[in-house]
Structure formats: structure tokens, C-alpha cells
Design a protein around this ligand. Structure first.
Ligand code: NAP
Length: 458
């Protein structure tokens, strides 16, 4: 089997792992990424102060160095190669393209200057080529972060943390410089439901509660548990969150210069402008209720509050971006599928095309969640393959893709090219005492490789 995997984040690598580990069918894998660099959200999403999480890269690298695996970096599906082009050259395609856009609140003022998606901010501090040019007005004293998932925790922590704690990481140099000049004093972290329904993990909220220069402030009345939340509170992770926050509530305001004010039962209804930029946020206060399925939902009380906020981050979840020639469910923001088998608009399976990770199930779960998810999709693929389902049964030249890309003038990177870039980034980092100094634009990456190759030739 010749399998194309589109996307080199965790779900793509776990699909590769599942294919390479089985020995029922010999397999050749070509993995594509639109960026010259591999690893998706592990490189561009995981926060720079969470280096341990990035340790999974060692596993991915071992796979990438195996003989039946090739990496094609800087090759974008829909730009440099078309879905039909893949269908001609591979027996199976696995889409591991993640969710590269974000959900919208649908409230007035959402798109005002100074209102950003968390995706943009995360990409910016992580040196992602799509976002490195963005500017965030960190001269503002009051910031609002909407949503209380783990992405909101990352955004809040990067804003609230002492920049010295980030200085040795792989944070982009321009982001560190901007954070050093930050005048942010208060970060309002806004959840629409209660503490027993919070999407953050216990470890993540605790990290915010233990920052050296920032106090986490919660209101005692907002972390009390009532009858409606009793079932959610019984969940061990939720219980850890609530119990911790109840302790934090007893600390009061604290004495540190910066505050993270975590609020529950608050739903932003409008962002207000002053001088063409966001300056404040209106929100309705909620109460909790149960819907017909027994799920705890937020209901507006009709009472409103207004908060000063000169910078707003919306962190309410991601969604996918459609790829030309590949089915897309616009409502759900993902590739339609039944247990990883891609389906078309009529719900019929598209033979020998599969999907894994966030593109398959939406933006949920931790990195490790993708392992079992990718294994399940690969099992479906193998069952289909044994039943004779493949995109084509023709013999194809192993180098056909390489030749096509070269003929089309596409500058693609191999995994060995990436390893050279990796070494250069590590060397740049060592100069300034950092783990790594990333290249943050594609031309910069390509130029660094050319310079390195020229130096090796001399
Ligand atoms: P998430 O966990 O789904 O959280 C989204 C948050 O937005 C929830 O608090 C949700 O509230 C809220 N929300 C949704 N729609 C809203 C609306 N219209 N108005 C107000 N609030 C709204 O998503 P995420 O934070 O983007 O994270 C995605 C996945 O990546 C998660 O599985 C997360 O654990 C994972 N992740 C993990 C780490 C880590 O381990 N360090 C770091 C980053 C991301 P409701 O609950 O009320 O819907």
C-alpha cells in the first residue's frame, strides 16, 4: 500500500505509527505538510513553557527516520498538489489536517480592532509563519479572555507570567520582547457556565494559581456548588477544579501586581469601541439549568455587567478549513466521516479516504487522545484494504510524487532537510541561551537551508 498522510501533527504521526507497526500489509508512507516544518500543533500550538509535552516529538522523529516513510514539507494540498493528484498516486489517503480556524461568538463588535482569536495569539508567540506578523496591543491594562478551556489557560498564562520564566524557552524572540514591555495588569477570564463545568484541566488552572507575579482571584459565591452541578462535581477532574478554586477563593485579592480575575456564569453579549478599537465588553450574567438531555447549560438572567477591556481574546474552540476537492461539513467545521471513513455530501463513504484527529472528531482531547483515534481509523483502512478497497490498483513508480512536484517547480523539504533546519534553530537558540530560536517565515527557512547547503559545499 502507498499511503498519503496529509498533515504532520500528532494525529498524522499516530496514523503513520499504526500503519508501520502492523505487519499484515507492506506499506509506504508519504506525509505532507504545508509548512516546511513538521509536528503541527506540537510545534505551533503547545505553549513554550510546556516543553515536557513537546517530548512526544522524539517518538515522531523515530518514525520519520524509518525506511518506508518520506516527508514532503512545504507542500500544501489544494495549492501545490490537488486531491485528485493524490488519488492518482496513492492507494489510500489519510487527512490529518487538524482545525486551523476558530469558532466565532456571533456577537456585535467581535471583529473590532483589538479583538483577536486565541489561534492568532498562540501562533504569534509560537513563531508560526501564519501569525508571526500579528500585533497585539499589550499597552492595555485590561484584557478579557473569553472561554475557559486549556487554550484560554495558555493564553492567560503567557500574558500573566513573568517574561523571565519564558526567556530560555523556544518562544519567538519578538514575542518575548513584546511581553517584556507589556503593561497588562488585569486579565478577566470569562466562563459562561460554572466551575464544575470548566473545560480547563486541574493542572492548568493550578499553574495559573501558582504564578510568581500574578494573583488568581475568584469570587467565593461563584465557586459554590448547587444541586444543578452535583452530577458534574462527582466527576473527579471537575471535583479537583472546584476544590482548588474554593481554596483560591479564600485567598482574596492577594498582593501581586497582576491579577487574573476568573469569572463564572458570564456570557459576553457585545464588544464596545472607542476610537475604532475595542475598549469594553458587555456581558449577561447566567444561571445554570439542565436541558432535556440532563446536560448543565447556561441561561441568561437578564442582568448585565460591563467590563473595561482594551484587548480581547476569543478562546471558544477551533474549527477546520475546507480543502478544495475534499468533502467538508461546514456546520461541524470538520471532514464528514463515519468512524474515520470520509463520507460525501449524501453520507456515502468515499472509498479509501480517511480522516484522523481534530479534522475527524472536532477540537477535543489532549495530544495522546489522538493515538487511539488514529489507530481506530487505521484499523478501518486495513479492513477495507484487505477487502480490496483502494483508490487505484495500478502499479505506480515510487518517485512519481517527487517528480511531479519538481516538474511543477514546488520546493519541497525532505525530513533530512528538516533535520538540518532543526539543527540550525537549536544552534541559534544556544547563542541566546534559549532551547531553540525558530525560523518564523517560510522564505527565512528556505534561505537558511540554502546558506547551510552552500557552506557545506565550500
Ligand atoms: P475547549 O476545551 O473546548 O474549551 C472551549 C471553551 O470555550 C469552553 O470553556 C466553552 O464553554 C467556551 N465556549 C464555547 N462557546 C462559547 C460561547 N459561545 N461563549 C462563551 N464561551 C464559549 O477548547 P480549547 O480550549 O480550544 O481546547 C481544545 C482542546 O485542546 C481541548 O481538548 C484542550 O484540553 C486541548 N488543549 C490542551 C492543552 C494542555 O493540555 N495543556 C493546551 C491547549 C489545548 P462551555 O464548556 O460552556 O461550552
Amino acid at each position: 500500500m502507498r499511503v498519503a498522510i496529509v498533515g504532520s501533527g500528532p494525529s498524522g504521526f499516530y496514523a503513520a505509527e499504526a500503519l508501520l507497526k502492523q505487519n499484515e500489509v507492506p506499506v509506504e508512507i508519504d506525509m505532507f505538510d504545508r509548512l516546511p516544518t513538521p509536528y503541527g500543533l506540537v510545534r505551533g500550538g503547545v505553549a513554550p513553557d510546556h516543553q515536557k509535552i513537546k517530548g512526544v516529538i522524539a517518538v515522531y522523529e523515530r518514525l520519520a527516520l524509518l525506511p518506508h516513510f518520506r516527508f514532503f514539507g512545504n507542500v500544501m494540498l489544494g495549492r501545490d498538489v490537488q486531491a485528485d493528484g493524490l488519488r492518482e498516486l496513492y492507494d489510500q489517503i489519510i487527512y490529518a489536517v487538524g482545525n486551523e480556524s476558530d469558532r466565532h461568538l456571533g456577537i456585535p463588535g467581535e471583529d473590532l480592532a483589538g479583538s483577536h482569536s486565541a489561534t492568532e495569539f498562540v501562533g504569534w508567540y509560537n513563531g508560526h509563519p501564519d501569525h508571526r506578523h500579528r500585533e497585539f496591543d499589550l499597552s492595555q491594562e485590561d484584557v478579557a479572555v473569553i472561554g475557559i478551556g486549556n487554550v484560554a489557560m495558555d493564553v492567560t498564562r503567557i500574558l500573566a507570567e513573568d517574561p523571565d520564566a519564558l526567556a530560555k524557552t523556544d518562544i519567538a524572540d519578538y514575542a518575548l520582547a513584546a511581553l517584556r514591555k507589556s503593561r497588562v495588569k488585569t486579565i478577566h477570564l470569562l466562563g459562561r457556565r460554572g466551575p464544575a463545568q470548566a473545560a480547563f484541566s486541574p493542572a492548568e488552572i493550578r499553574e495559573i494559581g501558582e504564578l510568581s507575579c500574578t494573583d488568581l482571584v475568584v469570587r467565593p459565591d461563584e465557586v459554590r456548588i448547587d444541586e444543578v452541578s452535583a452530577a458534574d462535581y462527582a466527576d473527579p477532574e471537575n471535583k479537583k477544579n472546584v476544590d482548588y478554586l474554593q481554596v483560591v477563593a479564600t485567598r482574596g485579592e492577594g498582593t501581586r501586581g497582576r491579577k487574573v480575575r476568573l469569572r463564572f456564569l458570564t456570557a459576553p453579549t457585545e464588544l464596545h469601541a472607542e476610537g475604532g478599537r475595542v475598549s469594553a465588553l458587555s456581558m449577561e450574567l447566567n444561571r445554570l439549568d439542565k436541558n432535556e438531555k440532563g446536560m448543565v447549560v447556561a441561561k441568561g438572567t437578564g442582568k448585565h455587567e460591563r467590563l473595561k477591556a482594551g484587548l480581547v481574546f476569543r478562546s471558544i474552540g477551533y474549527r477546520g478549513i475546507p480543502i478544495p476537492g475534499v468533502p467538508f461539513d461546514d456546520k461541524a467545521g470538520k471532514i464528514p466521516n463515519v468512524q474515520g471513513r470520509v463520507t460525501d455530501a449524501s453520507g456515502k463513504t468515499t472509498p479509501a479516504e480517511y480522516v484522523v484527529g481534530w479534522a475527524k472528531r472536532g477540537p477535543s482531547g489532549l495530544i495522546g487522545t489522538n493515538r487511539a483515534d488514529s489507530v481506530a481509523t487505521v484499523q478501518a483502512l486495513l479492513a477495507d484494504a484487505k477487502g480490496g478497497i483502494a483508490l487505484t490498483h495500478d502499479e505506480r513508480e515510487p518517485d512519481a510524487m517527487e517528480r511531479r512536484l519538481k516538474d511543477a517547480g514546488v520546493r519541497f523539504l525532505t525530513f533530512q532537510d528538516w533535520k538540518r533546519l532543526d539543527k540550525l534553530e537549536l544552534e541559534r537558540g544556544a547563542v541566546s541561551g534559549k532551547i531553540r530560536e525558530k525560523f518564523t517565515t517560510v522564505p527565512e527557512m528556505l534561505a537558511a537551508l540554502d546558506k547551510n547547503a552552500a557552506a557545506a559545499d565550500r
